[in-house]
Design a protein around this ligand. Structure first.
Ligand SMILES: N[C@@H](CCC(=O)N[C@@H](CS)C(=O)NCC(=O)O)C(=O)O
Length: 82
């Protein structure tokens, strides 16, 4: 199962602008099931998340131990489907 990280909460100005949207939209369009890993405030600074995304940003794409944190590469990873 694919997991995409996202912030549990963002301020109004950022609603609909956060980059997990692109990955999630692409997966929805492709009909690929995924799990959203929602980060609470401060979770992005925890060592376990920094190990996946050294800048503490979203999204991170995870699938069977394969991890990506650049959004355009998320789509490239599934280019045969997308
Ligand atoms: N190059 C990264 C950029 C990701 C990015 O800028 N994420 C923003 C949200 S749109 C973020 O997590 N910002 C929080 C922060 O930088 O602390 C990508 O394309 O995935």
């Amino acid at each position: 199962m694919i997991t995409i990280s996202a912030f549990e909460w963002v301020p109004d100005f950022a609603q609909g602008q956060v980059r997990d949207l692109r990955a999630r939209w692409a997966l929805e369009e492709a009909g690929l099931p995924y799990h959203a890993r929602l980060l609470a405030m401060g979770d992005q600074d925890k060592p376990e998340y920094r190990a996946l995304q050294p800048f503490g940003q979203v999204p991170v794409f995870e699938e069977n131990g394969f991890v990506l944190f650049r959004i355009r590469r998320h789509c490239a990873a599934h280019r045969r489907t997308l």
